[in-house]
Design a binder for this molecule. Structure first.
Ligand code: ZN
Ligand code: FE
Length: 259
């Protein structure tokens, strides 16, 4: 039985910790300190590190962790990350034997050019996704290195995962993303309800992550390029009807950049 715990880092990062039978793996340790504190407190043994992309708030803790625990480090082969021992591309599978877990690697370029996500179909019954800065609660990552077409294609790969899949992204951005989702679809009951729910959770100091693919499909404007409401919102920004999903996604992303 694997537990998934959140460690907080910086202002709004989550470092996800997979824990079972005295072993832990960590996802995107931007800072070593909270991971080291957990290991000292619990007596757990670090068995692996998974990285989604090269940004410092995701890999900044690698050197210090590796200096104490020389464990395998999984990461994207298309990015130059010091310390990655197992470079991965989309479609590959990894095993974490100490935890009895397996993940499929999904290539999700857009936020960065080599960004990868880890999908564990059996973890937490319904499956889990660790997607870094690609899909957020009600949002998606900024396009620093990829094109809108790449990001839309990447998000489309995540959108077809089983609806109950738990989504563990790397930032707590849901509440501010909900304000934008409401601007895109002000009449959506699902968006209104989620917005109220998220506000209550945050006011109580609780995380809004994990979310689920099903929730994102209903309320995340960056997965809803086929919905008439979202296409209409894109059309009003563009001044013409978007030709396809990529044009809709691009218009929504540009809008959010200025929101
Ligand atoms: Zn990032
Ligand atoms: Fe980040």
């Amino acid at each position: 039985m694997t537990e998934i715990l959140a460690l907080h880092a910086f202002d709004d990062n989550y470092i996800w910790l997979l824990r079972g039978a005295g072993h832990v793996a960590v996802v995107d340790p931007g800072d070593a300190a909270p991971v080291l504190a957990h290991l000292e407190r619990s007596g757990d043994r670090l068995c692996a590190i998974l990285a989604t992309h090269h940004h410092g708030d995701h890999v900044g803790g690698l050197a210090e962790l590796l200096s104490r625990y020389p464990v395998p480090v999984f990461g994207p082969e298309l990015e130059n990350i010091e310390g990655v021992s197992h470079p991965l591309k989309g479609g590959e599978h990894i095993k974490l034997p100490e935890l009895g877990l397996e993940f499929e690697v999904i290539a999700v370029p857009g936020h960065t050019r080599g960004h990868i996500a880890y999908y564990g179909p059996s973890l937490r019954d319904n499956g889990t996704l660790f997607c870094g800065d690609t899909l957020f609660g009600a949002g998606c990552g900024r396009l620093f290195e990829g094109t809108p077409a790449q990001m839309q294609d990447s998000l489309a790969k995540l959108a077809v995962l089983p609806a109950p899949t738990f989504v563990y992204c790397a930032h707590e951005y849901t509440q501010s993303n909900m304000r934008f989702a409401l601007a895109v679809e002000p009449d959506s009951i699902a968006v209104q309800k989620r917005s109220e729910h998220v506000a209550r959770e945050r006011a109580a100091g609780r995380p809004t992550i994990p979310t689920r693919i099903s929730i994102e499909l209903e309320t995340n404007p960056f997965l809803r390029w086929d919905e008439p409401t979202v296409r209409a919102a894109a059309a009003s920004r563009l001044g013409h009807v978007p030709a396809d999903a990529v044009e809709t996604f691009t218009a929504i992303r540009e809008w959010k950049n200025r929101f």
